[in-house]
Design a protein around this ligand. Structure first.
Ligand code: ZN
Length: 401
């Protein structure tokens, strides 16, 4: 008979909460199997998570199916929350977020008039604090997604071109300072952790845990939002961020040496060949400057007239070259596309798969599934994952002040 070691229960709390958080353990028997423990151990672990106010255990056995009935596990409806925030090129989003990848009424705000680092981060901190004060649920931390590379472990922003922030701006420290000054209300955790990360990395984490990347072991995400192209890799559930947080800057992979100029100084980067501007250029059209560029590009990708189709094919071919290069280097078992790339995939799935397969000549790389992203507001959901991270590692931290 297996006997848990004295602290085995505590070390299992994090893995158990992660399984319930990601929907992989809806019952206690599923949890028992996934953790490979005895029923008694699983019972002790779920009892502890329930006592921490994180889950509920419904002791009425789940009906139906064959085999022994099992207790149902659910995330506590009145459990704690975190604040998720995202700075986009054209606005700020904030939301409270429960476990389970669930955003509670996200707010989308215009950018404040001043976008220098301190004032923009203060606006984010104050918007998030307002949500925490207005909630009856205890708030445990905040995560922020940024549209630029973020170094690890010091948390500085590099190439923050959207706002002209100096490279090396210490965003993590500045944001922590603004959070310290913000009025989070009496129910917030006193030592209130804050964390920041790149938005594509966080979107990949969100897709892996709650969306199109579920169950994959080597997940590559490639995305194009407002301008430029981002990417991220999740290996066995963990983001691969490289030695200093800067891995997977896939945007500057060359896909056409004679192509369009890129802000990095080179020509024909994936970044400048497959983003909304590139699609308009391929169609020889000019977007309406009074309307958001991203929405117009999505519409163009869905258009069925011959000129639009030709432009989509041109950009899809370049995207395929980039994905093939990445697949050959990284050998992912799934590629998730989001932003404009999701629309390009929808417009020409066979063409894209063919370009990738043609250049991936061995193994299964050429047949790697290329699928559309599923998580709505994935950057924001990923920012919530970032805020939850300390508690997913050690759920007992919830009980600390
Ligand atoms: Zn470039």
């Amino acid at each position: 008979m297996r006997r848990p070691a004295p602290d085995r229960g505590r070390t299992l709390l994090g893995p158990a909460l992660q399984l319930i958080h990601t929907g992989q353990a809806p019952t206690r028997s599923a949890l028992t199997g996934a953790l490979d423990v005895t029923r008694a151990t699983a019972g002790a672990v779920t009892g502890e998570l329930e006592a921490l106010g994180l889950i509920t255990v419904d002791s009425r056995p789940a009906g139906g199916g064959r085999g022994r009935p099992s207790h149902r596990l659910a995330l506590a409806e009145d459990g704690p929350v975190v604040i998720a925030a995202q700075i986009h090129a054209d606005g700020v989003s904030v939301s409270l977020a429960a476990l389970g990848g669930q955003l509670l009424e996200p707010l989308h705000l215009p950018l404040p008039a001043a976008t220098d680092p301190v004032r923009l981060l203060r606006a984010v901190a104050e918007a998030g604090a307002g949500l925490a004060r207005g909630s009856r649920r205890r708030c445990l931390g905040i995560g922020l997604a940024l549209p630029n590379p973020v170094t690890e472990p010091d948390g500085t922003a590099l190439a923050a071109l959207h706002f002209g922030w100096p490279s090396g701006t210490p965003v993590a420290d500045l944001f922590a300072e603004e959070i310290r000054k913000a009025d989070l209300g009496p129910k917030a955790r006193t030592a209130f952790p804050s964390a920041i990360a790149n938005d594509a990395n966080l979107a990949a984490l969100a897709e892996h845990r709650h969306g199109a990347g579920r169950g994959s072991r080597h997940l590559l995400l490639v995305t194009s939002g407002h301008r430029g192209v981002g990417g991220a890799l999740v290996i066995d559930g963990r983001l691969h961020t490289g030695s200093a947080g800067l891995a997977l800057e896939v945007g500057h992979l060359t896909v056409d040496p004679q192509g369009r100029p890129c802000p990095c100084g080179n020509r024909g980067c994936l970044n400048s060949e497959t983003d909304p501007d590139a699609l308009f250029a391929a169609a020889a059209l000019t977007p309406d400057p009074a309307l958001p560029l991203f929405g117009q590009a999505r519409e163009l990708a869905r258009a069925t007239d011959p000129a639009a189709r030709a432009a989509v094919d041109h950009v899809v071919d370049r995207l395929g070259l980039g994905l093939a290069g990445l697949a050959n280097i990284l050998n992912p078992d799934r590629i998730v596309l989001s932003g404009l790339h999701l629309d390009l995939l929808a417009a020409a799935p066979e063409r894209l798969a063919a370009v990738v397969a043609e250049r991936c000549l061995w193994g299964r790389s050429g047949r790697v599934p290329i699928v559309p992203a599923q998580v709505r507001h994935a950057g924001l959901v990923g920012a919530a994952e970032l805020a939850w991270e300390p508690y997913l590692v050690d759920p007992q931290a919830v009980a600390e002040v």
